[in-house]
Design a protein around this ligand. Structure first.
Ligand SMILES: Nc1ncnc2c1ncn2[C@@H]1O[C@H](COP(=O)(O)OP(=O)(O)O)[C@@H](O)[C@H]1O
Ligand SMILES: [Mg+2]
Length: 298
């Protein structure tokens, strides 16, 4: 019997065209693809996970490449499905990278520099106070956020005092804070697929923000990484176990070293506008993904 895979890929920002190319290249290798499998609409019935008429557990692989922010329901089925068929990215690796604390902790265990961080219980006001005295400037980060949303720079005791009532209201289990890194307000986004370097671009924060995210007003620019950056990105992807990764890296001016901010499990392909700017890694990325799917379904 031929090989069949399932896929869920975002369609905005040129994603629809990317999907067509991947499907075509897979077909050339006699791999058929069922697209638009959103686990939101799947149902688990005894030994099957059913989406429309497809028993997902009978697929040879599932390629999940849509919203980073998935609901608990989708993650629940992602986890169950990955117990019985291969998935890209694997559930374990994807859920790890969805959490910034878990990721930073693991990266540091493997000798990869990240911003200094601390995690403490929400009631441990004493510890938070200690951190504040030590660092003077820090960033409060939701561990499961994206796009720079919810990140708050805490520059003084006054900011902390102002923030506390809000945080207490939010019913959080813990506080995750990072030392504020003194950097030039630019970053490197390095794409890795299957352990190989795919491409890199830079993002620059807007003059009125300290975050480089596009959603925070940042802009993309062409940027070549040096060997050290590529090595850090490759190692980060490997440590996290992600087949596909977008690693965010900045240069710490104080410690004079590159630090990894986060590993993204669903880094976007270059948009048509970015391709026009000269970002030309899409073809290489597609080819590496097709090779990977081919290998994992042998
Ligand atoms: N510890 C830090 N010090 C200084 N700037 C930071 C720090 N952490 C994040 N930033 C800035 O905020 C942006 C978003 O942070 P990031 O950890 O990548 O979360 P997100 O998932 O929201 O993109 C980064 O691109 C960077 O510009
Ligand atoms: Mg980021």
């Amino acid at each position: 019997m031929g090989r069949n895979i399932g896929m869920w890929l975002y369609s905005n920002g040129g994603g629809d065209k990317i999907q067509k190319k991947i499907v075509k290249k897979l077909r050339e290798r006699e791999i058929e693809t069922i697209t638009d499998i959103n686990l939101r609409h799947a149902v688990a019935k005894n030994n099957h996970i059913v989406h429309k008429k497809t028993n997902l557990e009978e697929l040879d692989l599932f390629f999940s490449y849509n919203a980073g922010e998935q609901t608990q329901y989708q993650m629940f089925l992602y986890q169950a499905l990955n117990r019985v068929i291969p998935m890209i990215n694997s559930y374990d690796a994807f859920s790890l990278t969805e959490d910034k604390f878990q990721t930073s902790f693991l990266l540091q265990q493997h000798g990869i520099a990240t911003p200094e961080f601390q995690l403490c219980h929400r009631d441990d006001g004493k510890q938070l106070q200690k951190i504040m005295n030590k660092w003077s400037k820090m960033v409060y980060k939701p561990t499961d956020g994206w796009g720079g949303v919810g990140l708050t720079k805490i520059e003084s005791q006054t900011t902390l005092d102002m923030l506390m009532p809000f945080l207490n209201q939010m019913d959080l289990r813990f506080f995750y804070v990072e030392k504020f890194v003194d950097y030039d307000n630019t970053d490197f986004r390095v794409d890795i697929v299957d352990g190989q370097f795919v491409g890199c671009y830079g993002r620059k924060a807007s003059p009125t923000d300290w975050r480089t995210n596009i959603t925070s007003g940042g802009s993309v620019f062409m940027r070549e990484p040096d060997d050290e950056i590529v090595e850090i990105a490759k190692k980060s992807a490997k440590v996290c176990g992600v087949d596909i990764a977008g690693v965010d890296i900045i240069y710490d001016l104080e410690t004079e070293e590159y630090v990894v901010l986060e590993v993204n499990g669903i880094p976007a392909f270059a948009t048509p506008e970015q391709e026009e700017m000269g970002l030309d890694f899409n073809k290489r990325k597609i080819d590496l993904i097709v090779d990977l799917i081919d290998r994992k379904t042998q």
